[in-house]
Design a protein around this ligand. Structure first.
Ligand code: ZN
Length: 475
């Protein structure tokens, strides 16, 4: 089979995927800092990497996927103080909220979700190793990484040391040897949570956690490291410096960075109000539509959120759902006359099988080229068009129809979009009865009567008894 090609930010080129261990992938993605719900830009990143992971699995790789929770951070301390709760309580709540919102968007849990607070002894040990190796130094209870000790510092962001220094404000009070040196350990400030260390009480800096968690859960050499484009410098540059100084080996083979999500053509920004919290959007939008929209552009490209773009995604999804529905209708119609149709093959006939293979190949070709979901989705639409044009052929068998149905559902599930759940009559009636009870409680008798009439119109009779409301079909 043809190889998967992926764009590596390190080389600035597309490269063929060659894993450290055949058939296995060690995949790390920088996770959220849990001081709040995640916003739609974060959702795009999580969904992009979840889809890449699903696709690699679809192509037969065994993927070990690690995504951390940054649960020690200035923003967590600040927000916890504002809310009058402990940083631990706040982080715990936001981690649960992450799992709820992620599940709603069909983002699978990682193989491991390590937290900083669970890795403190290992972080301290790792910092100690860096000091002993001549890559870090201590000043007044703080420990800094010495960027001049790592020759290749700047290789991911393609900057010279001078370029990087220019990005930092020079502070006369600075105790660091160089502006690009960064904190591995921060001495405790009044009122902050802290851990004991050989350099006094304090807490880890941000960058060190990712190097340590990689080493702990994937090994010191990994295949794919992913994150948002805004993390290239300094975060990923610093991860590389720490990890490669520590192991003496190349840290990650491929660096993947996803593009930004704009809202109405402008950068997302909390201060200007041009900002969408994923949870708020989930309240008014179908999660399948949100996910489908977020995958409509290639993951590296910018994506613009507008209400119209969301409607477009909804309509696209509807086309696919309608095809599956109309296949189902045809299958049940055929099943009703099954005893009349004498011969049923075991699989689709050759022409149908070759249609299915072509649809699948088009999709795989698109996705093999740097996980291009935009083209992958186009391939699904093209398949839907081809299948639609054949559905009315009179000699379609159940096996043919099932074959077509399977390939559409299969490719959609590779990008993480499950089949539309059709509500059963029982579920729908139970929901309406519940709504009627609430309406009556609120003394909204108009709505309660409306529900009774609507059900009656559909041949369903409600009976209110001391044990609750019962329903039956009208005789
Ligand atoms: Zn990271």
């Amino acid at each position: 089979m043809v190889a998967i090609v992926l764009y590596n930010s390190m080389s600035g080129k597309k490269e063929e995927l060659q894993t450290i261990e055949p058939g296995k992938i060690r995949f790390y993605a920088c996770g959220p800092t849990v001081y709040n719900y995640f916003h739609l830009g974060n959702a795009r990143m999580f969904i992009s990497f979840d889809t890449i992971r699903r696709y690699l699995e679809y192509r037969g790789y065994e993927v070990r996927f690690v995504q951390n929770f940054t649960d020690v951070d200035d923003r967590i301390i600040q927000r916890a103080n504002e809310l009058g709760i402990s940083p631990r309580e706040l982080a715990e709540k936001n981690i649960q909220d992450y799992f709820d919102d992620a599940a709603a968007l069909y983002i699978q849990p990682a193989t491991v979700h390590p937290r900083v607070t669970e890795c403190i002894p290992e972080i301290i040990q790792y910092i100690d190793d860096l000091i002993k190796g001549g890559h870090a130094y201590e000043r007044n209870g703080n420990v800094y990484f010495d960027t001049s000790s790592f020759d290749e510092y700047g290789k991911l962001s393609h900057q010279s040391p001078e370029d990087m220094r220019a990005g930092f404000r020079v502070d006369v009070q600075e105790e660091k040897d160089d502006p690009t040196d960064f904190a591995l350990w921060k001495a405790v400030k009044p009122g902050e949570e802290f851990w004991e260390s050989p350099w006094g009480p304090g807490r880890p800096g941000w960058h060190i956690e990712c190097s340590v968690m990689n080493a702990l859960y994937l090994g010191e050499e990994i295949d794919i490291h992913a994150g948002g484009r805004d993390l290239i410098f300094p975060h990923h540059e610093n991860e590389i410096a720490q990890s490669e100084a520590h192991s003496g080996e190349v840290f990650a083979r491929y660096w993947l960075h996803n593009g930004t999500l704009n809202i109405n053509g402008e950068k997302m920004s909390k201060s200007t109000g041009n900002f969408i919290m994923t949870r708020d959007l989930l309240e008014r939008q179908d999660p399948r539509t949100i996910r489908f929209f977020l995958l409509s552009a290639h993951y590296r490209h910018p994506l613009n959120y507008t209400e119209e773009a969301l409607v477009q995604a909804e309509q696209g999804l509807l086309r696919i759902d309608r095809l599956v529905q109309s296949i189902d209708h045809r299958i049940s119609a055929l099943k009703e006359i099954q005893d009349i149709v004498s011969v049923q093959g075991t699989g689709p006939r050759d022409t149908v099988a070759s249609d299915i293979e072509r649809i699948r190949t088009e999709f795989v070709t698109a996705m093999d080229d740097d996980f291009n979901t935009a083209d992958g989705i186009s391939a699904i639409f093209e398949g839907v068009r081809q299948i639609n044009s054949r559905l009315n052929e009179t000699d379609m068998t159940i096996a043919d129809l099932e074959g077509y149905r399977r390939v559409v559902v299969e490719l959609m599930s590779v990008i993480g979009i499950p089949e539309k759940q059709v509500q059963t009559l029982e579920e729908e009636v139970a929901e309406l009865i519940e709504e009627r009870i609430q309406a009556r409680k609120n003394r909204n008798f108009g709505r309660a009567d409306e529900i009774r009439d609507e059900l009656k119109h559909r041949g369903i009779i409600l009976e209110d008894t001391p044990q609750g409301t019962r329903w039956s079909f009208a005789e």
